[in-house]
Design a protein around this ligand. Sequence first.
Ligand code: BTN
Length: 250
Amino acid sequence: MLFNENKIRFFDELNSTNEYASQISFEPNIEEGFIVWTLNQTKGKGQKGNIWQSENAKNLTFSVILKPHKILPAKQFNLNMAVSLSLIDFLKSLLPENNVFIKWPNDIYVEKKKIAGILIENQIIGNEIENSIIGIGLNVNQNKFPNEIPNPISLNIISLINYNLNEILLKYLPFLNNRIIQLYNIDFKKLKSDYLNCLLYFDELKQFKIKNEIINAKIIDINEYGKLVLITDNQIIHECDLKEVEFIHN
Ligand code: BTN
């Protein structure tokens, strides 16, 4: 196993586990699979420069250091798919209903609500990913969220169980291990087909905003760089990255 409890460094409080993990990732004693976990982030980072809010000691906020030297920077979206799928596999093992989805690129949803977010920061040197910092925020026991968080949900809201955070983290690690092995075996085909299989709104006509214009389109694919491939009702194809497209719905 790449990951185990002896490779976890725990803090009561940190600014951001991604920041801390990224600072220590070049130290010689920090091996692949090292995990930084805290109960409270004072400056948690989300995607697109947003902040990641999480109530003290209620949720999991941690970062995993990977050294995916075999994955070319151009293929880095496969890493996003592997990590997203590891959370899907884990949540499917925990929740009775089969209703967990990935909202592109890597938000984890239960029905139409977000239960986890992933922030992957790659340190690229030359043509190699030297370190990859995989930041995961999973809503576990929090059952009240500030209004500005659009559509949150947690494990506790779904099951009414109060979970032990340490146990949840340790239970998750084998699922991450399996998908990282699949990634390192360069099984990109399986990763992509599994990813598309649980992609929220795949092949459904929805509204998206591109270049300040609202369009009706369907998600039909993810290209090899992880861009969203949309087809409009008048058969125009758009390939967009995260900055170029906005979902008009949740
Ligand atoms: C998102 O915007 O959906 C991504 C959220 C990622 C949050 C996690 S919490 C642990 C790690 N440390 C951070 O500062 N961010 C990530």
